[in-house]
Design a protein around this ligand. Sequence first.
Ligand code: MN
Length: 243
Amino acid sequence: MNKRDFLKTAALGSLTLFIKPNSITASLPYELPALSLDEGKEGFKLPQLGFAYGALEPYIDARTMEIHYTKHHAGYVFKLNEAVKGTKLEGFSLEKVLAKTQPIDTAVRNNGGGHYNHSLFWKIISPNPLKTPIGHLSSAIDRDFGSFEKMKAQFDTAAKGQFGSGWAWLIADKKGKLRITSTANQDNPLMTKIASVKGTPIINLDVWEHAYYLKYQNKRADYIAAFWNLVNWTEAEKLYNER
Ligand code: MN
């Protein structure tokens, strides 16, 4: 990275942390009356990112991050609010909505899952993470997979093997046992009426092409390998302990 690029990235960083709703809505394909950052507005909100769009370079590029967050994720939030409005799901927490979602509730299933999955993904990636798991999560990984490397290998297989769009997951079941799974589209392991493997998500990886195609094109395996440089093990440990 040359000095000019660095300054640009640094400037983008401060913009992202103090982003104004208008600067997001201006680039969206449709109007978003309820954007996350509107305090006091009812309904689900786009969470603030904890890092700048360019902060995950070279593993995830700034342009992908920007489009992914301001267009894809914002779109799921907007459509989820529309989907639950006036239904019996209105007013429940996102986790409750996901648990109640029936397979035929297509709009809530896709957009509720889309909102949850991306919100978690932004939390469990970080520009400067620890290199390996810590604490109780680290012990549980060794206990349930044999080693960190073996867990990663299983996760990689799930992420590479998810045909088409979807997600790979490290989850904890009711007893705290860790498992790897994958889901199609925006389904997730909290959808008790839909998911074949259920549990509390600890880390997840978006393997939709929109998550990596600009930088990696068809090389999903390279994107998956890059992901391990970003996993926020501090947050993952917190999620494991709070489950
Ligand atoms: Mn995505």
